[in-house]
Design a protein around this ligand. Structure first.
Ligand code: GLU
Length: 424
């Protein structure tokens, strides 16, 4: 029996501490009661499940799965499921709390949660992944529910996995319950516009920030780290709005072309080459971490946590950072970035387009109705722009960076809800 050991944290910043340090700063600005601070710093529920799975070769491996509900004070908790070797309880706790703040920033009626399984989906067959996803769902069938806790895709998962979750949950309940999960394939009640939603929100918030900084998109350059669902859609939609994307990257390295990268050619190359950009001929290959140091106006980290750190932040030349990933900037880098005068549209605002359209998917499922793509996009763009303006105005009012302003907006909403509901 193989047991999958947690990946070492190495010298990475603990993501939960990274989240907490910003939470603490924002709480001080808000003058948050210590009681509410203590309530919010602890997740409501943390579940760890052990998942023995028969592998294709007949052996049995035991995987560890997590689901953390940070808060459900504003409504059912919401957040994705991550399949990655780096998954551990502290990471899932941080990601769950970020979901609480994210849903509050865009003002949708959800709390925050996150799930994950420590595994390497790239090395597993689709049958193995299916068994893993179904056994995870069965283990958490009492936790999930359209009025309780609603999962969605995250790193390493997509519509296929959400379909298995929806099916297993529905079987256990003896009826089809499509509102239990979002990011589903369209035929199962997925929403038009959900696939591109996170990247679209990144584009909308990037353009809003560029307007404040007086950067003309038609003269602007951009680098995008990560070429998964978020990075690809952000790069594509930004280039459709006139921004020249001159560097992209994935696990294989970074690809640079000062004349601009043809994003459609890159995605076709990736899809025909086992999901990797390795060997992409229409750009020069540079070391992966160089993507952060390229001279551009806009930098979009859309890969993973803790990539912009106190060690490399000095090399960043961008005027604007728009965080497509969750937690890409370490808390120690925040101050240096602020001192350098770089504007950051923080994760809990910039990548909230995904959960916003997840909310629309859930609304449509509950109505038994389907919206047009035009309606989804129009409404999510408006929510993103309103949230951007609210955070921007808060940052001016409190004279703080956008990140702290976003936490202020979010914590204020959640704390007020606690005050009205009470019941401690
Ligand atoms: N995993 C995505 C996120 O981090 C989407 C969550 C959702 O749609 O519930 O925002």
């Amino acid at each position: 029996m193989g047991y999958i050991e947690p990946a070492p944290l190495k010298d990475r910043e603990n993501p939960f501490e990274a989240m907490m340090s910003r939470f603490k700063i924002a709480s001080e600005y808000l003058g948050l009661d210590e009681e509410i601070y203590n309530v919010l710093k602890n997740p409501t529920k943390q579940v760890i499940v052990s998942l023995p799975i028969t592998m294709d070769d007949g052996s049995i491996r035991v995987f560890e799965g997590y689901r953390v509900i940070h808060s459900n004070i504003l409504g059912p908790s919401k957040g994705g499921i991550r399949f990655d070797m780096g998954v551990n309880l502290d990471e899932v706790k941080a990601l769950a709390a970020w979901m609480t703040w994210k849903c509050a920033v865009v003002d949708i009626p959800y709390g925050g949660a996150k799930g994950g399984i420590r595994c390497n989906p790239r090395e597993m067959s689709s049958g193995e992944i299916e068994r893993l996803m179904r056994s995870y769902t069965t283990a958490l069938v009492e936790i999930f529910g359209p009025d309780r806790d609603i999962p969605a895709p995250d790193m390493g998962t997509g519509p296929r996995e959400m379909a298995w979750l929806m099916d297993s949950y529905s079987r256990a309940n003896g009826m089809t319950v499509n509102a239990v999960v979002t990011g589903k394939p369209l035929v199962l009640g997925g929403s038009l516009g959900r696939t591109e939603a996170t990247g679209r929100g990144v584009m909308v918030s990037a353009l809003a920030a560029m307007e404040k900084l007086k950067i003309n998109p038609y003269r602007a350059t951009c680098a995008v780290q990560g070429f998964g669902n978020v990075g690809y859609w952000a790069a594509r939609l930004l280039s459709e709005r006139g921004v020249k994307v001159i560097a992209i990257s994935d696990l294989s390295g970074a690809y640079y072309n000062e004349k601009g990268i043809d994003i459609e050619a890159a995605v076709q190359y990736r899809d025909n080459h086992n999901g990797s950009l390795d060997g992409f001929p229409m750009a020069d290959k540079i070391p992966g971490e160089e993507i952060l140091h390229v001279k551009v106006d806009v930098l979009v980290p859309a890969a993973t946590e803790d990539v912009i750190t106190a060690q490399n932040v000095d090399k960043i030349q961008a005027k604007l950072i728009v965080e497509g990933a969750n937690g890409p900037t370490s808390s120690k880098a925040d101050k240096i970035i602020a001192d350098k005068g770089i504007m950051v549209v923080p994760d809990i605002l910039a990548n909230a387009g995904g959960v916003t359209v997840s909310y629309f998917e859930w609304v449509q499922n509950r109505l038994g109705y389907k919206w047009t793509e035009e309606r989804v996009n129009r409404r999510s763009d408006r929510i993103m722009k309103d949230a951007f303006n609210k955070v921007y105005n808060t940052s001016v009012e409190y004279n703080v960076p956008m990140r702290i302003a976003a936490y202020i907006v979010a914590i204020d909403k959640v704390a007020k809800t606690y005050k009205y509901r009470g019941g401690f």
